[in-house]
Design a protein around this ligand. Sequence first.
Ligand code: ADP
Ligand code: MG
Length: 456
Amino acid sequence: MVEIHELNMEGEQFRGAKTAHLPEQRQINYEVRLKNNPKYEVAEVEESLRSIFELFDDGIKSLIPKQDKDKIVQAISEIMDEIETKELMEAMNVVEECVAEVIICEESLKYSALPNAVLGKFYLFNMDKAEGEEEHIDEEGDGEIAACQTWMLPNKAFYGLWESLHYSSSLKSDLIQYAETSFRLSQLGVSNTLISWNKVILFHGPPGTGKTSIAQAFAQKLAIRQIGGYQNTALVEINSHSLFSKWFSESGKLVQKMFAKIRDYADDQSVMTIILIDEVESLTSARSGSANEPADAVRVVNAVLTQLDSLKKYPNVLVVCTSNITGKIDLAFIDRADMKIFVGPPEPKAIYTILESSIHELFHKGMITGKYSLRSEGYDLPNPSACERSLIAIADNAQGISGRTLRKIPFLALMKYCAGAQQVTLDNYLNAVEKAIESDKVERKHLSDENIKMEA
Ligand SMILES: Nc1ncnc2c1ncn2[C@@H]1O[C@H](COP(=O)(O)OP(=O)(O)O)[C@@H](O)[C@H]1O
Ligand SMILES: [Mg+2]
């Protein structure tokens, strides 16, 4: 059984050159996860999908239940001749054999009806199930330290992550656009002395706003879309904290060893390598940061900067950094980043979507009973239902709360305000969510008051 999911991708496909001249026609793209060891060639699977999906004017937008398959074939055989119907049956068999899941990437929440939609691209991919592998480097005379973790992408570990992150801004589409431009220039061999881009992106903002997640999800997205045309993609996540040796003077050497490892990956030009330096502030925190050994801190930062520069020449490498505190990052480092993206707490519309997705999961799993009258895009739609109006009010009232906290609210609501209940109605649950958010705000206020007292 092939599962089909409908998802919003915040318009990213529609900014590309291909669709720019088609303002009134919207393209629907599909990400197609293949089953293990498919029996047919990828090209044949794509061909089969296309021939089925072409039958639907607006593209396939919802699940076709297995029991309806026969009905569809029957209906089609009435209008088509025998050969075409046979071809369609074959195409359906190929899809059933090889496709595990189809993710529909829509243009925008605003156009959920998608009139005049045209069939866009199919991105077929296999999901790697291997867990991240730890890599170690020697710390002189002191054994080994875990320096980084690597994954082959698309990987199960990051499944659905991109779709689970909600931002009101064009952050996601900007990222895709950035990657496409960057890899295009690299492939064309554009001179870096004439046009300077460093292939470094920096996400910065308060903790819990999804910076690490969006960085990982972005890498996964690049792998699924094969942006840059690479067949294989690796994600190398560097443990910034580990690069500081207990003996600080060794840190410069550790950085060098670390990047030597990275170059091992980068040297394989058939693999797109995405390097994630998480919480980079701990690596490059302003050169004057270390009071006792400032000279060594400078050495570490300089080592990182030199190494980053040396990666520029690899067309297949992209560096993605995150930081919780921009103020503490070395300015020379900030200058290196092509894009500095501020990631803040979600806006009310995104809050609505985040909460709705959690509530929907509880409904799906049977915790919430009765009629489900929430639409994921309900924040903007005309004629919201009573429940939608409640959730909109909750979202408006939850401004400033981080994505991380929002993902915990549904649990807290169940635990604290629906205690003991095996099942709750949507109405009651929404009340509980409202209370949980209120209580989180109060707690937060207490904490910040305490901090102020301590500082005074
Ligand atoms: N805008 C958002 N939309 C959905 N979930 C979010 C959002 N921001 C944060 N989260 C959730 O919060 C959790 C923490 O995110 P993380 O990437 O670790 O944040 P950061 O690196 O900024 O501290 C993740 O599980 C993520 O799913
Ligand atoms: Mg983080």
